[in-house]
Design a protein around this ligand. Structure first.
Ligand code: ADP
Ligand code: MG
Length: 685
């Protein structure tokens, strides 16, 4: 098809420029047509003075009735005059610009643009901008100007030009794949018009119509794609039987605690899946500390007592070891053989473990990426679990599942996603939510302070340590950055050592350290041999040190809400009251708002929802990590209504699959197939 033509076909785009375009994901002409403006600038046309209403911005031209005069009002000098056109008069007022008195003369023709308001029952424009001839050329045009997202080396003009050429070259041959019944039902614009209006909107109404159509398409294909995928996966027949449940029951009945209602429900869902006709493909979403591990462990026991192997993959070595330890404890007396597989093991140890796994002498393998190495061959793998799934790439999870012969798949995530959204976005998996924390958890007292509190914070740190508790301090960066004075881990640690009493044991941790040292440091902290751990966000996931009761986060505004929430989740894991102190000097209202959300809530789902509302789509760190796609034009917060409509259509089509064979759906089917090929392979969990 012509629309696949490379952009170098356009005049003015050579290989060099094409490389720049490629950086923003543009290779062919269709990519240009779907490179949507990030925002628009509205140019306003001239108004008559009689049409001015308070509270708007107006461009007017008229004759000065009087030479401006200035007077002092307290500390400011107010300069005012009046402007007249054929339809009326309006006051103009400026502050602290007395020189205008000399610049402007009675009778002069003046073009101004400014905000209108009522003052002393008269309309006035406050601090209007006086426009020159060249300004005018710009403001006269009434249209809405697209502003495209830029990349270094490509100007706004270059992108506008390229988009325009692409539109000219291919826009006439764009097929509207959406059947007209759908377009009519949901009042959707034709695709051609939508493309034209999104790049060159005539007015806001048409722009909105265009956006609606394009957003709808984006949501529709995404959701339909997920639904198709889910169907394909669900169709895998369950080839395992889980009849014996003695050990499972025994463990369940002898847990040191009672499962929460949410844990029980999720466990039921998992067991039902495992015993069902088709394979399990389930995501457990649970807030930090909601107790996902025990649920996974019970599923493992069930698999193993029925003669199968299980594997649990965690993103970091520390976490893997921690799981290994706690599961070993749980599996005690169950005659269950647990193996650990992590990067720091010697080659010999690894090979030894490989052999045991292959021979079926190990029932449960717990490890890091080491479990997906080529040498790892299972004897009879029936259950594959990934912890903190957002830390893994899709391919890694796929390799893991590929280690068995269509094993059951369970992934766990501590990154909460707003509920409704999660259900839609994870359409290819079944989702279980643990939305309840174990009873008796004390809430973590959270404070947002500025740097002037640092001394007091230090006093508090010392106090906690004297109570034999431990403390995390998180800084955003590793090395000193001259451009900003962000606290960095190394110099921060030095400073802290100098400032705090010498008996306090302080160590640092960051991502660029050798894994062996990193693990050792983390383990020393876990064993209580260190009082303070100064760290980057490497401690973010999973770590469980119940004696740590204080989390101090420096430059807290640098982190996303989801991340702050994860970090805070490192404390409050034991019986003691825990605290989180967010230090930030940022003056931005957004930053302040985010700090406030952290202090007012501990509910990961609530925080995720707020994060989404504040930051809008795409940028959410937590969400992006969860494998959520970034949409080209759709905004999952603002466009939620369109998302719901698209969801209905996607459901209908996916349920009545035969409809795709009808003639009216021919183009649609092709587009969907194409979409599945190019997009769904990496979206799938
Ligand atoms: P996460 O969901 O963040 O992975 P974990 O599985 O690490 O949480 O559990 C956090 C802590 O809560 C662990 O120490 C675990 O033993 C404990 N826990 C889990 N479930 C319960 C429960 N129902 N009652 C009391 N404590 C529980
Ligand atoms: Mg966990």
């Amino acid at each position: 098809m012509e629309i696949k033509r490379p952009i170098t076909d356009l005049s003015g785009i050579g290989t060099k420029k094409a490389q720049l375009f490629e950086k923003i994901g543009i290779k062919d002409l269709m990519d240009l047509v779907t490179y949507y403006p990030a925002t628009y600038e509205k140019r306003i046309g001239f108004s008559n003075i009689q049409d001015i209403k308070p509270g708007g911005t107006y461009l007017i031209q008229g004759e000065l009735i009087a030479t401006p005069f200035s007077k002092r009002a307290g500390r400011v000098i107010v300069t005012s005059t009046r402007l007249r056109d054929d339809t009326g008069e309006v006051s103009l007022t400026w502050f602290n610009q007395p020189y205008l008195q000399k610049q402007l003369k009675e009778g002069e023709t003046l073009t101004v643009m400014g905000k209108s308001s009522y003052k002393y029952e008269k309309l006035q424009l406050t601090s209007p901008k006086i426009l020159t001839k060249s300004d005018l050329a710009y403001y006269e045009d009434k249209s809405i100007i697209p502003i495209y997202p830029l990349t270094k080396g490509l100007s706004q003009k270059a992108i506008r030009l390229a988009v325009a050429s692409a539109m000219e070259a291919i826009h006439y041959q764009i097929d509207d794949y959406l059947p007209s019944t759908i377009k009519e039902t949901y009042e959707l614009e034709s695709l051609k018009d939508a493309f034209v209006q999104v790049h060159y909107p005539k007015d806001e109404v048409l722009l909105n119509d265009a956006r609606k159509r394009l957003v709808f398409d984006e949501f529709l294909f995404f959701q339909l794609g997920l639904m198709m995928l889910k169907d394909e996966q669900v169709k895998i027949k369950n080839q395992y039987t889980f009849e014996s449940c003695k050990k499972y029951k025994h463990t369940l009945e002898n847990l040191p605690f009672t499962l929460t209602g949410a844990q029980s429900n999720v466990l039921d869902e998992i067991i039902k899946d495992m015993k069902g006709s088709y394979n399990m493909n389930r995501l457990i979403q649970g807030d930090v500390g909601s107790g996902k591990t025990v649920v996974a462990a019970l599923a493992i026991i069930l698999a193993v007592e029925n003669g199968y192997q299980s594997v649990l993959m965690a993103p970091t070595e520390v976490l893997a070891k921690q799981h290994h330890q706690s599961l070993e404890k749980m599996f005690l007396n169950l005659d269950l053989r647990v193996g650990l597989l992590v990067g720091s093991m010697t080659k010999k140890e690894k090979i030894d473990t490989y052999e045991k796994i292959k021979a079926g002498l190990i029932d449960v393998v717990i490890g890091t990426h080491a479990v997906i190495q080529e040498g790892v061959i299972f004897n009879d793998l029936a259950l594959v679990i990934t912890d903190e799934q957002h830390r893994f790439g899709v391919s890694q999870r796929e390799i893991l599942a590929g280690k068995g012969h269509f094993p059951h798949v369970l992934v766990m995530s501590g990154t909460p996603i707003p509920r409704t959204l999660g259900l839609i976005l994870y359409g290819d998996m079944d989702v279980s939510i643990i939305d309840e924390l174990p009873p008796g958890r004390k809430s973590i007292e959270t404070y947002a302070v500025n740097a002037s509190y640092r001394n007091r914070v230090q006093t508090f740190i010392v106090k906690e340590i004297e109570e034999k508790r431990q403390c995390y301090i998180v800084c955003p960066m590793v090395e000193e950055n001259e451009e900003n004075d962000l606290s960095d881990v190394l110099s921060y640690t030095e400073k802290l050592k100098a400032e705090l009493p010498p008996h306090i044991r302080i160590e640092y941790l960051h991502g660029q350290m050798r894994p062996k040292i990193k693990n050792e440091t983390m383990e020393r902290f876990a064993r209580g041999e260190l009082d303070i751990l100064v760290s980057t966000t490497v401690i973010e996931v999973g770590i469980n040190v119940p004696n740590a009761t204080l989390m101090v986060i420096e430059d807290a505004h640098r982190f996303g809400l989801a991340q702050l929430h994860q970090l805070r989740g490192r404390v409050g894991r034991g019986g003691n009251q825990s605290y989180c102190i967010l230090i930030s000097d940022s003056k931005s209202t957004l930053a302040k708002k985010r700090m406030a959300i952290m202090t007012e809530s501990q509910d990961g789902f609530y925080i995720a929802q707020k994060d989404l509302e504040i930051r809008g789509h795409g940028d959410l760190l937590g969400l992006r990590q969860s494998g959520m796609p970034t949409f080209k034009i759709a905004n999952i917060v603002e466009d939620i209504e369109i998302l719901k409509q698209a969801n209905i259509v996607a459901k209908t089509i996916s349920e009545k699959r035969d409809i795709l064979q009808e003639a009216t759906y021919e183009n649609f089917r092709k587009k969907l197939e194409n979409y599945m090929e190019t997009n769904m392979t990496y979206i799938a969990l």
